[in-house]
Design a protein around this ligand. Structure first.
Ligand code: ADP
Ligand code: MG
Length: 705
């Protein structure tokens, strides 16, 4: 019988023949504990022995891989104290001296007799040929048994298991695994030109040639994306089939809210609200993502959805990832709902009354918390806004109808589920200001419908972004502009450099910066300080003062990153900007340009890395969040951008975003095809197991029959 991956995962490496106890221990340290672990410990790269060069044939300047044996090796220190390892290697055609600077450990790695692949450039030094600091892969005991393609496994800093020690383990594992269960039928494999799974695992480790290696990787990469997409599509379908609330969307309260807005909605806002209303009115629970750049006006859309709940006699909840953001939402909501009366009707016993909004965070006092709990239970609180505090401490609603989660990528999937569980299948709207390129969105938000706000509210002037180098004159000019803006009645932010270490060191650095500027460059302005170590009420006081305009310049850490909304602020200075992530820079810049006035963003930076340079360049070049998100993904890769917390992202070993867009699209289509024919995967236990193992507990409601 062919084995499923779960069955293969149940075979411990300890069951393998001819693997010593000592090696087992080291495999264990590397996390290679089962046959599946080893199967999925993919080579990091391959050397093609047919493409190897002979030392004797190398000409100066040639870049080549040679396979050679170490004949001599020794180390010493140079006069200026650097370590110097000198080796001589032989490949049957000639000897070649190799020098390593500052790699003292090479002496131990390359003991005499070791065979290795060396990739580097041939140089002439004092009339003799040599290589300096080549890339080295130890491939000892090549013998005649291995193929022409030599796989090189990733080295682990924790345990010392070389490629040539792994190779027999891999061979044993391939034998132990035997034929593997195939989740894709022959028709799909033919259509997508995918090799079968058993062959794929064998050939990724022991390819006969380059083409085989490529085919194997293609198949395994596809499988990684397929598991995720099956999970996401199945979850989406399960939700669409589950009973929810049919909300009253065209009622008096929402009509009054819209009529009272001090501005006209943008076309995108109107469209998003219509899409959301259609979901709310439908029997199945909404599961929708509202994606819109910083300042695109998501709050109005969210409030509109929350008020739909309220006008039907339900409650709404809005959860944000930080206190500052929750407070900002609360403040904004109270402002926008000011004077709005819930019409007297069947759902209200008391005649017209104001919409009641409460704020719950970790700072909320016990007494206030009790009051809120009571209000939630008797239905006298309509909308609850808060942080994670909403999830815990026995927060119970009378009738929760609509849930909004802001900056969802900062929450885990479990937290989304926890909040929804506070009601009886309430409708869910997830918001993000971090634009997610299409492919990555299909991984992370693949179970959500999507509305987008691409259009900014009218009257925004573009922000001028400038890179300011170390030249003191250039910095002075930036400060001069800041002063001129303050003189004209505007306000400014100065974001402090990121400091390695704790929140505490960060706060200390911000405090110093605040004192330096206050005593120097900006001594005649009113400065305020905001950092994460300050007590909640102090933070609140500073924010209130800044909003009221009694502080000119807010010197702050990244606590201001999201949600701070002071339209009068027109200058943003970011110190050591190249140390920040691109999306973070974009979020920070989004604190200005929120009113109708021209705004500036100065990036103080002396980039020392290519990535740092790429980030500040991208910022200067574009203010389009979508474009920047694509750049960010290209610079950092998906795992970094979205974090392992997002279900499934941690499972990508071969797959890479955005490179593998085609795979994601094909996997999505295949997932739909498979689930169309077999919605509960009853005829495909192998795939079903994989999805369950990938999604863990959150899969529970997925396959409920
Ligand atoms: P986001 O949360 O998407 O970053 P907000 O909802 O905070 O954006 O809106 C940013 C600012 O734009 C707020 O001051 C808000 O009142 C204002 N705003 C929202 N929609 C419009 C509109 N259609 N016309 C003018 N101003 C708007
Ligand atoms: Mg907002």
């Amino acid at each position: 019988m062919a084995r499923t991956l779960r069955e293969v995962a149940a075979i411990p490496t300890g069951d393998l023949p001819r693997v010593s106890g000592k090696l087992l221990e080291r495999l264990d340290i590397m996390g290679l504990r089962s046959v599946l672990d080893v199967l999925q410990h993919y080579p990091r790269r391959y050397h093609d022995r047919t493409k190897k060069a002979d030392i004797a044939d190398l000409a100066p300047g040639d870049e080549a891989t040679i396979f050679a044996e170490v004949k001599r090796i020794s180390s010493r220190r140079t006069r200026n104290g650097r370590s110097l390892v000198e080796a001589s290697v032989f490949d049957g055609t000639s000897y070649l001296p190799i020098t390593f600077f500052n790699q003292a450990w090479r002496e131990k790695q390359l003991a005499v007799g070791t065979e290795a692949a060396f990739f580097g450039k041939l140089e002439i030094f004092n009339g003799a040929r040599k290589m300096t600091n080549p890339v080295v892969d130890v491939v000892d005991h090549l013998g005649d048994k291995t193929g022409v393609i030599v796989p090189i496994y990733p080295q682990s800093g924790k345990a010392d298991v070389s490629t040539w020690q792994l190779r027999p383990v891999v061979a044993a594992v391939l034998d132990a695994a035997g034929p593997l269960a195939e989740p894709l039928d022959a028709g799909i494999r033919r259509e997508l030109k995918l090799v079968d799974r058993t062959a794929a695992y064998r050939r990724v480790h022991q390819p006969d040639d380059d083409a085989q290696r490529y085919q194997a990787e293609r198949r395994l990469r596809f499988d990684e994306f397929l598991r995720m997409q099956v999970g996401l599509v199945a979850r989406k379908r399960a939700l669409a089939a589950s009973p929810g609330i049919r909300h009253v969307v065209d009622g008096e309260l929402v009509a009054r809210f819209h009529a009272a807005l001090p501005f006209a909605l943008t076309g995108d806002q109107r469209r998003a609200i219509a899409e959301i209303d259609a979901d709310l009115a439908a029997p199945a629970p909404m599961h929708r993502l509202l994606q819109g750049d910083v300042g695109s006006g998501k709050t109005v859309v969210a409030l509109s959805a929350l008020l739909v709940a309220v006008q039907g006699g339900y409650q709404g909840a809005l959860m944000a990832p930080t206190e500052v953001l929750a407070e900002q939402h609360h403040l904004g909501s109270v402002r926008m709902l000011d004077g709005l009366e819930v019409p007297a009707g069947e759902s209200s016993l008391f005649g017209e009354r104001p919409v009641r909004v409460a704020l719950l965070t970790n700072k909320t006092t016990a007494a206030e918390r009790r009051r809120i709990s009571a209000g939630l239970l008797d239905g006298s609180i309509d909308i609850l806004i808060g942080t994670h505090a909403l999830l815990y401490g026995g927060v119970e609603f009378h009738r929760l109808g609509v849930v909004v989660i802001d900056e969802q990528h900062r929450f885990g999937v479990e937290q989304r589920a926890l909040l929804r569980a506070k009601g009886d299948d309430p409708d869910l709207l997830v918001m993000t200001a971090t634009p997610i390129p299409r492919t990555a969105g299909m991984l992370i938000y693949g179970d959500l419908d999507k509305s987008e706000l691409r259009e900014l509210p009218p009257g925004r002037t573009p922000i001028t972004t400038e890179l300011v180098g170390p030249d003191p004159m250039a910095r002075s000019r930036a400060y001069d502009l800041l002063k001129a803006e303050v003189a004209a009645g505007h306000q400014a932010y100065i974001v402090c450099p990121l400091v390695e270490g704790s929140e505490k060191t960060q706060a200390k650095a911000a405090t110093e910066e605040f004192e330096d500027l206050g005593g120097g460059e900006l001594h005649d302005l009113r400065l305020g300080l905001l950092h994460g170590q300050m007590a909640g009420k102090d933070k609140e006081a500073v924010m209130a003062a800044f909003r009221a305009g009694t502080i000119d310049v807010l010197v702050a850490t990244t606590v201001i990153e999201v949600g701070v909304d002071v339209p009068n602020a027109t200058v943003m200075i970011i110190e050591d900007a190249d140390h920040f992530g691109l999306s973070q820079l974009h979020q920070l810049r989004g604190r200005v340009g929120r009113g109708g006035d021209r705004s500036w963003c100065f990036l103080f930076a002396e980039p020392t890395t290519p990535d740092g340079q790429a980030r500040v360049d991208a910022m200067v070049e574009s203010t389009d969040g979508f474009h920047l998100a694509e750049q960010d993904l290209a610079i950092r890769g998906a795992g970094e951008v979205f974090g392992e917390r997002q279900a499934g992202m941690g499972d990508l070993k071969l797959g890479k975003i955005p490179r593998d867009e085609k795979y994601v699209l094909a996997a999505r289509k295949t997932a739909e095809q498979i689930l169309d024919a077999d919605p509960l995967l009853e005829r495909n236990p192998a795939l079903r197991e994989e999805v369950e193992d990938l999604l863990g507990d959150s899969v529970d409601f997925l396959f409920k029959s």
